[in-house]
Design a protein around this ligand. Structure first.
Ligand SMILES: *[C@@H]1O[C@H](CO)[C@@H](O)[C@H](O)[C@H]1NC(C)=O
Ligand SMILES: *[C@@H]1O[C@H](CO)[C@@H](O)[C@H](O)[C@H]1NC(C)=O
Ligand SMILES: *[C@@H]1O[C@H](CO)[C@@H](O)[C@H](O)[C@H]1NC(C)=O
Ligand SMILES: *[C@@H]1O[C@H](CO)[C@@H](O)[C@H](O)[C@H]1NC(C)=O
Length: 188
């Protein structure tokens, strides 16, 4: 009896580990366009993944931030060059514009009540595009040169609503408060 319970618990655990890892694996994800990213990280919150290519000769990093989201929601990813967490982060935000296209732009997060309006970041960012398919929103951009090194504090976020083309406040549930980390663009 005890043995069979343990055996079924073990198989449940194995099944759930397998389901979680296959659902979250970024390493074999293929982008629809001819884009190829050689490094990636399955982020621990908000069903999000970061893919990147770091170019040591230019110090620039091409990123793709990909996250599960409903059509009406928004996603954001950023680097915080001056600290940890939301305030101070230099972010990119994407959502569906009222005209139906996916809008994406840079926006510095200067307070806990940021404007979320397009504005230049404290570092260079170019080639910003975004797309939505299969219930996932993806932001593409080229960030840098990373003249402060390849080790960065990064943050990511998601919100369920956009009003008059302005992303609205996100939930304060644990995943939305824990969605930050340290990333080394040289590893992975
Ligand atoms: C990635 O690999 C996992 C496990 O082998 C598989 O279940 C999943 O479908 C693969 N995903 C893609 C996008 O190929
Ligand atoms: C939708 O609006 C955005 C922002 O004003 C604009 O950049 C984009 O070209 C528009 N797209 C369409 C399909 O009208
Ligand atoms: C940015 O986009 C332009 C035009 O598509 C391309 O020529 C250039 O290589 C891109 N830059 C980077 C750093 O990927
Ligand atoms: C480097 O650090 C400065 C000062 O903290 C910051 O303003 C700038 O955005 C950082 N640059 C990058 C690429 O992280």
């Amino acid at each position: 009896m005890a043995v069979s319970i343990r055996a079924s618990l073990l198989s449940c655990t194995l099944v759930s580990i397998f389901l979680v890892s296959s659902a979250q694996s970024c390493s074999n994800y293929t982008f629809t366009s001819d884009r190829v990213f050689y490094s990636c990280s399955d982020l621990p919150y908000l069903e999000a993944h970061l893919h990147w290519n770091y170019n040591p000769s230019t110090g620039k990093v091409a990123i793709a931030y990909r996250a599960k989201q409903k059509s009406k929601g928004w996603i954001a990813w950023g680097i915080n060059p001056t600290g940890r967490g939301m305030v101070g982060s230099q972010a990119l935000v994407a959502f569906h514009n009222t005209n139906g296209s996916v809008t994406v732009y840079p926006t510095p997060i200067t307070s806990y009540n940021p404007s979320m309006q397009p504005e230049a970041l404290s570092f260079q960012v170019s080639n910003i595009t975004a797309e939505y398919s299969d219930n996932e929103m993806t932001i593409f951009a080229v960030v840098g040169p990373l003249n402060n090194g390849t080790l960065v504090n990064h943050v990511w976020q998601a919100g369920s609503s956009v009003s008059d083309n302005v992303p609205q406040i996100h939930s304060t549930s644990p995943p939305n408060l824990q969605s930050m980390g340290i990333l080394n663009f040289l590893s992975g």
